[in-house]
Design a protein around this ligand. Sequence first.
Ligand code: ADP
Ligand code: MG
Ligand code: ZN
Length: 475
Amino acid sequence: MSEYEAVIGLEVHVQLATKSKLFCKCPNCFGKEPNTNTCEVCTGMPGALPRINHEAVHFATLVGLATNCAINLDSVFARKNYFYPDLPCGYQISQFELPLCEHGHLMIETDNGPKKIGITRIHMENDAGKNIHSQTDNHSYVDLNRAGTPLVEIVSEPDMRSAEEAVAYLKSLYRIVTYLGVCDGNMEEGSFRCDANVSIRRKGDTKLGTRTELKNVNSFRNVARAIACEIGRQEDILEDGGEVSQETRLYDADKNITAAMRSKEEAHDYCYFPDPDLLPVHIEPEEFAAWQKELPELPKERMQRFMEMTAIAEDEAEILVSSKAMADFFETAAASASPKKVANYIVGPLQRELNASGKSLAELGMTAAHLAELVSIVEEGLISAKIANDIFADLCASGDSPKAYVTEHKLAQISDTGAIDAAVDKVIAANPAEVEAYKGGKKKLVSFFMGQVMRETKGKANPAVVSKLLQEKLG
Ligand code: ADP
Ligand code: MG
Ligand code: ZN
């Protein structure tokens, strides 16, 4: 056991999936030819005036409401001044003294039960462009397509104590913004990214240690690895009698190390001041009331409801709500088949197929309607549960309807006594020694006979019928 305790606070940037950018009419989209999705506002031309996109205020407010924040109906945009080539104005338009949302929290699950993680503030700001450092011609380029994309920055309290807690918080936040539909959740494209502030202190100390900030770690897995690696580095420093210096560090996932990027001494004094080009943001109370009503059922509540519907365990219910798409999928299938059985297929075979194929739920050939059909044909006795399990991967790959697949591959269960009768007779004739033993009292052999008959019928015999016939014939 280490004598140190880690302290972690996260700053999460979430791109809002609005139709247009934050302060201009350029479409808010990813992946166009560099510098083709820009205008005089988002490229910072002198004299061009920003105008707030109300949809972004709406989305940001929903994020605040879903994270238990107090919403400031009047908030203020401020200029955050610094120089960087991807920032055309020479300042970012952000919120400083009066952010849109404050004093929120989220509950996470930990090994020691539920834990509350404080959210200090959520503010709106515009994203910067991107610098592209060419590997071939020794030049650097600037692409301003991303400049002006609406962001919310969600700043947590330093309430997390391990990499696991940080990831639990991050996943919970991710689910919320994707459930709300205000973020597309595409982490590879940078729609959801995280800076992790990490410090350590001796257990029992109340004063915070000196922190480092890990920039833009872009997958849940790498967040966990980066934090664990940084905690280890800081422990080594303190163990050797050294001091951690406050700095920004970058995580190198290939080498699993963090490396200094810039020290806090070089950090900018942002000279924040209210942006004179923008009016304070005002939300009308009537509109705010309407937004409050719009808040959909959130992952935690939905999970609770699913647990009541299915009586499955909490960690399995977690899988059902792991994304909005998954929760909708479950709910659609469970509307026309046994919810508990549907849930079991999702946490079992479906999960296995997702992992094995690396595909998303939408890419997989199994639709909610097909899953419901599969569950139903097992319940009706058209196929056995074993066959359903055996053909699951094929159904996911082909997108076939389970009924059509079963007909085409002649997999329908045989309940017809005549056909099973012949198979039972054959098995009994082929295994005289076992029949002898059974009659002599080794009743356990019934499962051997069952297995043999199933094999004989390629798994298609109705187990209830087989069992009945075996009892009769073996006496
Ligand atoms: P800055 O804007 O310079 O990054 P903030 O005070 O806004 O600084 O803090 C940013 C984040 O750092 C917050 O999430 C906060 O919880 C976290 N934080 C602050 N101090 C510490 C610390 N000593 N250890 C770990 N995290 C910290
Ligand atoms: Mg910071
Ligand atoms: Zn623009």
